[in-house]
Design a protein around this ligand. Structure first.
Ligand code: PLP
Length: 351
């Protein structure tokens, strides 16, 4: 029998539910619920040739285009295989076995996943119900030590949906001069709050963005990691050279060209989020203030039965009661989809 590394033996398995989702209303993974810009598909069709597939991917056209879109220079950005790879590369760059890492709880599961694989020591600061799941600034600052190597914060946070004030992030950055601080802005477009322009001000800041959410390309696995040119030189050393495939690099270029598609989606989601919040209020269901394309609500002891009953009716939502008692998370799609969600929820809630 082969024996894996101790760090792997000790990890809790992470298995998000997958499969049989295609014919459902998918409000369980915070994806786009309709689709990416048709211009992305068109661009892929035009550029997909057998000759291109023979070559390892080249990023010489994508990099300047993406850097210009994000307002950085090409040496301040790294293209990644989704945010997940950005997290992995950061961990590989900064965290040795036994190193200290500060995370929030609950937050995006892959932070802990990669630190666990590396054998780093995770200390978690909790978002509490008593504070309405708002960012626990004082506790985060208190948790950061001189030997802390990495801090990872999602803004807005998943699964709480709550946003972090920019001033609070400044204070975290200033409390952690010796640590790499990742601000994961996967849902930035829905909140409008970003620390991206600060990469020239704070030498410990890393910012990530993704094409999986507002751009509707989760299947492509494409994201960006930003920091000072000096930091990006280090992270490049820890990244495999062809981890972003050619189709993803093409799709990202076409996606940023169609700003209108993104703007329209953001306004649709924000209107639909209002609708959902009103609907939850009418049903007397408590929810948390969201700055993202999802809302976390309290179903109490009925969290799992409600999720299951909705699934039977063709609507997928995500149970989060294992990390916040009684909570269920619903992704926001179009107003039409959310009316359907509210109708089904009312039926299962009031029966
Ligand atoms: C906070 C956060 N970061 C990153 C991701 C994943 O991003 P990607 O698809 O780019 O790996 C998610 C997905 O749910 C998320 O919630």
């Amino acid at each position: 029998m082969l024996k894996p590394r101790q760090a792997v033996v000790q990890m809790a398995p992470y298995s998000p539910p997958t499969g049989k989702r295609e014919d459902k209303v998918r409000l369980d993974f915070n994806e786009h619920t309709v689709g990416c810009s048709p211009k992305v598909i068109e661009f892929l069709r035009e550029n997909l040739t057998a000759a291109r597939l023979t070559m390892y991917p080249e990023y010489t056209e994508a990099m300047p285009e993406l850097a210009a879109f994000f307002g950085v220079s090409t040496d301040e950005v790294m293209l990644t295989n989704g945010t997940d790879e950005a997290i992995q590369v950061l961990v590989n760059t900064f965290v040795d076995a036994g190193d200290d890492v500060v995370l929030l709880k609950p937050s995006y599961a892959m932070y802990r996943f990669y630190v666990d694989v590396a054998g780093g020591i995770v200390r978690e600061v909790e978002y509490t119900l008593a504070e309405d799941l708002t960012f626990p600034l004082a506790a985060v600052r208190a948790a950061i030590r001189k030997d802390t190597r990495l801090v990872m914060i999602a803004n807005p946070n998943n699964p709480t949906g709550t946003g972090v004030e920019l001033d609070d992030l400044r204070r975290v950055l200033e409390s952690a001069p010796g640590a790499a601080v990742l601000v994961d802005e996967a849902y930035f477009e829905f909140s409008g709050k970003t620390t991206l322009p600060w990469i020239r001000e704070y030498p410990n800041l890393f910012v990530s963005r993704t094409f999986s959410k507002v751009y509707g390309m989760a299947a492509m696995r494409c994201g960006c990691l930003f920091s000072s040119a000096e930091n990006i030189r280090w992270t490049h050393k820890a990244q495999s050279p062809y981890s972003v495939n050619m189709l993803a690099a093409l799709a990202a270029r076409a996606a940023v060209r169609d700003r209108e598609h993104v703007e329209k989606w953001v306004s649709e989601v924000l209107a639909a989020r209002e609708l959902v919040c009103d609907g939850l209020r009418k049903l007397g269901i408590k929810f948390f203030k969201s700055e993202a394309n999802f809302v976390l609500f309290q179903a109490g002891e009925r969290a799992i039965p409600i999720r299951d009953a909705l699934r039977e009716r063709g609507v997928l939502v995500r149970d989060r009661s294992y990390e916040i008692p009684g909570c269920v998370r619903v992704t926001i799609g179009t107003r039409e989809q959310m009316r359907r969600f509210l109708e089904e929820l009312e039926t299962v809630w009031t029966r």
